[in-house]
Design a protein around this ligand. Structure first.
Ligand code: NDP
Ligand code: 2IT
Length: 449
């Protein structure tokens, strides 16, 4: 297995995030391969780590000042053993092939855990929506879709949102797809409500992260009531994580963006969260503007070059990283533990470095890895696809109750899989093993393709 990791590193030496994601899964599934010699003979690790297809393309578009811009577009179709490729699109200047491959790889196992029939994929661009006008974003999305449309479809590959891609971008992307294909289908999820979107999809990732946390706490006879929580990010996932924590009686004291974070000792209540939603989703401002309305809070600018993030250095019970990959390193993890945090439920994809994960596991805290804890978003995307194909729309309560059941089922699956491999309470091993076995068995059923 070490050889497989080395081979993957040697083949694409610059894809660090992909190597990190692969190493964690390979480490977890070692005992599964020992129990199933057929898996080695069938080279399942070599097959599952190589995308079925990678599409890279030029995305030319015109800025408002007439200057032509060129970005790079990606779609990695990782695995379709259990359903059409499914996963979000990320628009962020840091996007490159290694990042999209890590996200697509994680998505395969996450989607497998949801109980729904979805394969794994991910895409995006190094386009930065920050500071762009609506018309620039529209022209970019149209150019992006004018190539992507030939590779996707409601039964082939169904993209959605991720960092930098929300309802506005999904609308522009859908409009262009519909025009080019002359078809109104559920080819994207995260659509607006009045043209095919699902109730609860905007809320789903954040709500699911908190439902998963509640399940973890329940194993110790506890709930979120009265718990102090650190949340990072202030986008889609962070906002609805905060909303559900408030609903369940917890107190959120932090939110952040890539410039810094706010600490509100009194807790972010519903009114303050409404302010943040308007600030971030409508006015597209910075989290530092929180102090304009709530001057008692403290804002700390965070230099990205710093080797730790002071957001994680506050007394709390629970932490919900909901910004980006590797936002918690070993220094941050040690601070969390020293400050009393004994639950981490990951809204972001791979927010903790391997060293941080080791610290959480060694200290036996309740640690829910992203591919389990944040699967609620893609799960409700799956429910959006189901509603689209039936041409009907379920009420809010029905979607929310399905989401809750799916998160409970993922939690149970992780516990059971970990337990049957002698790793009681280890959600990393549980999620990786359960996600892996389902996909690999489907691949073997379908022959060498
Ligand atoms: P948004 O674009 O809505 O929000 C992202 C937030 O994270 C912003 O506050 C942003 O700050 C911050 N952020 C982004 N990149 C960085 C960075 N490099 N350093 C520090 N802060 C950063 O995205 P989402 O809320 O949708 O996504 C957040 C995380 O959740 C991602 O890891 C995503 O993959 C994951 N996720 C999302 C799902 C979804 O359904 N949307 C589903 C499952 C996981 P700024 O505005 O300054 O960039
Ligand atoms: O990381 C993720 O699971 C997402 N960005 C959501 C994917 C989806 O298809 O809804």
């Amino acid at each position: 297995m070490e050889q497989i990791v080395e081979m993957i590193q040697a083949r694409d030496p610059e894809q660090y995030e992909f190597h990190q994601a692969v190493e964690e899964v390979i480490e977890s599934v070692k005992p599964v391969l020992d129990r199933n010699p057929e898996y080695r003979q069938q080279a399942v690790l070599e097959r599952i780590t190589e995308p079925e297809r990678v599409v890279m393309f030029r995305v030319p578009w015109m800025a408002d000042n007439g200057q032509v811009q060129v970005n790079r577009g990606f779609r990695v179709e990782m695995n379709s053993a259990i359903g059409p490729y499914k996963g979000g699109l990320r628009f962020h200047p840091s996007v490159n092939l290694g990042i999209i491959k890590f996200l697509a790889f994680e998505q395969v196992f996450k989607n497998s855990l949801t109980t729904l029939a979805m394969g794994g994929g991910k895409g995006g661009s190094d386009f930065d929506p920050k500071g762009k006008s609506d018309m620039e974003v529209m022209r970019f999305c149209q150019s992006f879709m004018s190539e992507l449309y030939r590779h996707i479809g409601p039964n082939t590959d169904v993209p959605a949102g991720d960092i930098g891609v929300g309802a506005r971008e999904i609308g522009y992307l859908f409009g262009m797809y519909k025009k080019l294909k002359n078809e109104f289908t559920g080819v994207l999820t995260g659509k607006s409500l009045n043209w095919g979107g699902s109730l609860i999809r905007p809320e789903a990732t954040g709500y699911g992260v908190v439902y998963f946390a509640a399940e973890m706490l329940a194993t110790r006879g506890e709930s979120l009531e009265g718990k102090t929580c650190l949340v990072s990010g202030s986008g889609n996932v962070a906002q609805f994580t905060t909303e559900k924590i408030i609903d369940l009686g917890g107190r959120v004291v932090t939110l952040s963006d890539s410039s810094g974070y706010i600490y509100d000792e009194q807790g972010i209540d519903r009114e303050k969260l409404d302010f943040v939603m308007d600030l971030k989703n409508i006015r597209r401002g910075r989290i530092s503007d929180y102090l304009n309305a709530y001057p008692h809070a403290v804002y700390t600018a965070v230099d990205p070059a710093l080797d730790h993030n002071p957001l994680w250095d506050h007394r709390a019970d629970c932490a919900f990283p909901a910004a980006t990959q590797n936002e918690i390193n070993d220094k941050d993890a040690a601070k969390l533990l020293a400050n009393g945090v004994y639950l981490v439920s990951e809204g972001a994809n791979m927010p903790s470095t391997p060293e941080a994960v080791d610290l959480f596991i060694d200290n036996k805290i309740l640690y829910g890895p992203g591919k389990a804890a944040n699967a609620g978003g893609v799960a409700v995307s799956g429910l959006e696809m189901a509603q689209n194909s039936m041409r009907l729309a379920w009420p809010r309560e029905e979607v929310d109750s399905r989401l809750k059941h799916i998160m409970e089922s993922i939690h149970r699956t992780c516990i059971d899989a970990a337990g049957s491999y002698g790793a009681d309470g280890n959600y990393v091993i549980g999620a990786n093993i359960a996600g892996f076995i389902k996909v690999v068995n489907a691949m073997l059923d379908q022959g060498l393709v």
